[in-house]
Structure formats: structure tokens, C-alpha cells
Design a protein around this ligand. Structure first.
Ligand code: AMP
Ligand code: ZN
Length: 472
């Protein structure tokens, strides 16, 4: 089916048209690996994963690139402030290279917990210094750069007429609004392409370049690495909403003089995960990682389920209450699937019924990624008694491919847990309970039942006797 998406560039929902038939290439601005990515960062990664899954289910061959920002760029968009990687190294008392490794490993671990398909390519900025230098050289040849002695090579945004269009900004407003400081920049919107190392100190990360020893500006890494792995023009570029105004506007300004406009066909921006008090912040101790949620006893799928109940263009307020109710909702679906698997009369898969429900579930997801609406259709499917269990189960295999919620896996685990044989002492208690019931000694039967329950087991009475199952 046709995929529709909200394009930040035009501020409209558009039908997606690939540059090459049957193929889709896209780039996600990945994490700065100086600290653990929190569940807010991971919302952005789940959104990227959903985009990929929707395109795959619609028959596209997807090439997904996500970078690791491991060069210590400076903490503010204004190319000033502290270096995040060096800050991380001082905090953890290890080298910047070890900081990058530690947090890349942690990030990938959390990506796997959330069942995000790994991107096709995950380039690191430090492995692509030559590509970044090449692009700066091209921009210099084309006359877009100037040097601030002792500081770095800067991009002159006044040379790029369309600057700021992505963020919906007007150039004169942008330039007029912010006062030019004494940094030596020609325009307040200008940004660094290459920063010089300080003359009085040695940085842990620095490279030689035609302009002097230093390190690349942050924005150039995404232009260089996206083009290397996706080609000079590609379909879609995504990232958190804050990137539209500065980072992505700068990426466009760098790339279009080199390759011609439009560089990228569609841009998508994701709203943030918020807390009632505001932004989730690592330094205030108000951020959690996916691993923290697991430590608190949550299935990462409960968090994924919570995310998919909202739309990516809406901010989502996180609380443990909302996570609890998502966890309950998720478990209810898993219970129902396990019951379908256990049912005596599974029936045969009906292709016509399958196709109808398949399209009903895929349609909202393909319409600007309305996953919450797909989840509503799922509930309807579970309730519909005219669809036999076999067809429902095959539909849930499709749902797992589309939404990555691992329903089938969790239902199988639930059944395995329930089928686990009860230990001898529980079997004995259950036998005594059955005897008490036969003797109509309800008080003893009830107290034995409570004892079994307290040990984590349940006795289920059926017409052919009783079953002992583990509580989950
Ligand atoms: P960073 O490591 O800060 O560069 O962020 C990595 C990605 O996560 C970027 O695409 C950010 O836009 C995104 N991001 C940062 N904070 C949040 C948040 N609270 N909710 C959703 N996405 C976020
Ligand atoms: Zn980027």
C-alpha cells in the first residue's frame, strides 16, 4: 500500500515516492556515546525501527544508517562549551576511546532489549574523518567557508539562500534576532566545520587536516556518513524534533552545495518523551535506561507497547503509572495469545480472513505511522469469535514483524512457565486439597489453597480433575 508521512520540509502529509523503485534508504541521527542513552533517546530509536518495519512489510528493501557520534563535539549548538566525550572520560576515569566503546555496547544492549532491528550500517564519526575533511574541502572550493584564526573553519550561512527552511525559519529573523557576539562569526547562524585544537593543551581526540590539527564540527559527520552509506541523494532523514532548526538545517546547508538540491526527499522529526517536571535529564538523575526498567521488573516490551500507543508527533509524558498500565495491557494480550495456542480447536488458517485483517492492521501504520490505531484493530481481532485461532496466530506473527512487540515469543514463554512441573511438596499440598474437597472440608481446602498460592502456584479445577500451574 502507499505509505504516507508528514514531511517537515513541506509541513504536509505526503505520499512516499522512492528514488529507486522498491528501495528505501534512510538515516537516523544516533546517540552521542558519552553516557547511557535514556528511554527518551530510545523513543527516537523505536520510532526509527517502526518506520523501517512498515517499509519492510510494504515490500521495500530498506537500507538504514544510524551514526554514533563519538567525536567529542561541544555541548552547545553554538560551538562553544565543554567537550562531552572528554567530560565522560573524566567522570568515568577512562580514555575517551573507552568511553565510546562502553556506551556503544550499552546502547546496542538496550536496542536489543527493545527488539529494534539493528541498522544496516552504524558508522562511527571517528572512523570517517577523511570523508568529513573532503566535504569541508569541497565547501571551501565552492566559497562557503571562512577561517577564524585560532578557532576553526566556519560555514558562512549567508551564502546559502535556503538556510533555515527546514526549521520554518526566516533568514532575516534568524540573523536579526541573535546578536553577533565577539566570536568572529560573520552571522549568528554560522557553524564550525573544523575546530582547531587548543595550542596550550593536547586533546585525546585530534587529527591533522589542511587547516591545522583539530577535530570536525558536529554537523559535518552526518552529511559525510549518510552520503557514504546511502548515496549522494537518499529518501528520508529522521531525528528528534530539536534537530530541525539547527543540526538538520546545517546538514542541508553543507550538503546541497555539494550534491545539488534536494539532497534528501523527506524529513521526519520525532517529539520527545517528557516527564511531568519537564525534560528527562541525565545530570538531574531523572532519566532511566531500558536496563533500569528491567531491574525494576518490567518487560522491555511493556515500554515498547507504551510508546506505540502514542503518535510520534506528540510529546509523551512518561510515568511509572502509565508504564504499569501498559504492562498490564501487554500481559493481557499475551495471555489471550497463549489461550489461543492452548485451544483444543485451533482450526485452519483462512487466507481471505487473514488478508482482510492484515490490511486493516497495516493501513494505519502505513498512514504516517499511526501504531496506536493498529493496536486498536488488534484488540478487535482478539475479540472477534468468527476468526479461528489458527488465523489469529498467523496474524500475530505478522503483527510481531510489523510492530516488534514479541507477542508470540512471550506467549510461548508463558505457556512454558505454566507447564513447568510443580515440585513434590506442592503436588502433595494439591493432593491433600483434593482430598479435603472430596470430604467437603472446605476450610481445610481453602487454607491449603492459600498455602499453594503463597508458594507461587495455582490449582485449576477442570472437568477431568485439577492442574497445577505456576503463577506468572
Ligand atoms: P543525543 O545522544 O542527545 O544526541 O540524542 C540521540 C537522539 O535522541 C537524537 O535524535 C535526539 O533528538 C533524541 N532525543 C534526545 N532526548 C530525547 C527525548 N527526551 N525523547 C525522545 N528523543 C530524544
Ligand atoms: Zn545528525
Amino acid at each position: 500500500m502507499t505509505i504516507r508521512l508528514f514531511n517537515t520540509l513541506t509541513r504536509k502529509i505526503e505520499d512516499f515516492k522512492p528514488l529507486q523503485p522498491g528501495k528505501m534508504g534512510f538515516y537516523t541521527c544516533g546517540p552521542t556515546v558519552y553516557w547511557d542513552a535514556h528511554i527518551g533517546n530510545m523513543r527516537t530509536m523505536v520510532n526509527s525501527d517502526i518506520i523501517k518495519r512498515v517499509f519492510i512489510e510494504n515490500g521495500y528493501d530498506v537500507n538504514h544508517v544510524m551514526n554514533f557520534t563519538d567525536v567529542g563535539h561541544l555541548t552547545s549548538d553554538a560551538d562553544s562549551g565543554e567537550d562531552k566525550m572528554e567530560k565522560g572520560a573524566a567522570r568515568d576515569n577512562i580514555s575517551v576511546w573507552d568511553v565510546a566503546k562502553k556506551y556503544i555496547d550499552g546502547f546496542l544492549y538496550d536496542m536489543d532489549l527493545l527488539n529494534n532491528i539493528r541498522p544496516t550500517h552504524m558508522p562511527r564519526a571517528t572512523d570517517h574523518i577523511a570523508e568529513q575533511i573532503n566535504q569541508v574541502k569541497k565547501l571551501e572550493e565552492l566559497g562557503y567557508t571562512y577561517e577564524i584564526p585560532g578557532d576553526g573553519v566556519y560555514y558562512d550561512t549567508s551564502k546559502f539562500a535556503a538556510y533555515g527552511a527546514l526549521g520554518g525559519q526566516n533568514l532575516s529573523e534568524l540573523r536579526g534576532g541573535a546578536r553577533i557576539d565577539d566570536s568572529g562569526k560573520r552571522n549568528s547562524t554560522d557553524f564550525a566545520l573544523w575546530k582547531f585544537s587548543p595550542t596550550d593543551a593536547k586533546r585525546q581526540m585530534e587529527w591533522d587536516s589542511p587547516w591545522g590539527i583539530g577535530f570536525p564540527g558536529w554537523h559535518i559527520e552526518c552529511s559525510a556518513m549518510s552520503m557514504k552509506y546511502l548515496g549522494q541523494h537518499f529518501d528520508l532523514h529522521v531525528g528528534g524534533q530539536e534537530h530541525a532548526k539547527v543540526h538538520h538545517s546545517n546538514e542541508i546547508a553543507q550538503s546541497e552545495p555539494i550534491v545539488g538540491a534536494p539532497w534528501v526527499s523527506y524529513w521526519m522529526h520525532f517529539e520527545w518523551l517528557m516527564l511531568k517536571e519537564g525534560k528527562m535529564s541525565k545530570s538531574d538523575g531523572t532519566s532511566y535506561t531500558v536496563r533500569n526498567l528491567v531491574e525494576r521488573g518490567y518487560d522491555p516490551m511493556a515500554y515498547r507497547y507504551l510508546l506505540l500507543q502514542s503518535h510520534y508527533r506528540q510529546p509523551l509524558e512518561f510515568s511509572f503509572e502509565s508504564l504499569n498500565s501498559a504492562a498490564t495491557g501487554y500481559k493481557n494480550i499475551v495471555r489471550k495469545i497463549a489461550d489461543l495456542m492452548n485451544s483444543d480447536n485451533i482450526g485452519k488458517m483462512d487466507s481471505d480472513v487473514y488478508n482482510t485483517w492484515h490490511d486493516r492492521i497495516l493501513a494505519p501504520a502505513s498512514d504516517n505511522f499511526k501504531t496506536a490505531e493498529s493496536l486498536v484493530v488488534l484488540q478487535e481481532l482478539l475479540k472477534d469469535t468468527t476468526v479461528n485461532p489458527a488465523t489469529k496466530l498467523v496474524l500475530f506473527e505478522f503483527v510481531d514483524r510489523l510492530l516488534g512487540l514479541q507477542f508470540i515469543d512471550r506467549a510461548k514463554k508463558l505457556i512454558a512457565l505454566e507447564q513447568e512441573a510443580a515440585p513434590d511438596d506442592i503436588v502433595e499440598l494439591a493432593q491433600r486439597r483434593a482430598a479435603a474437597k472430596a470430604a467437603k472440608d472446605w476450610a481445610t481446602a481453602d487454607s491449603l489453597c492459600a498455602e499453594i498460592d503463597a508458594a507461587g502456584w495455582t490449582v485449576l479445577d477442570g472437568k477431568d480433575g485439577y492442574k497445577i500451574v505456576k503463577k506468572v
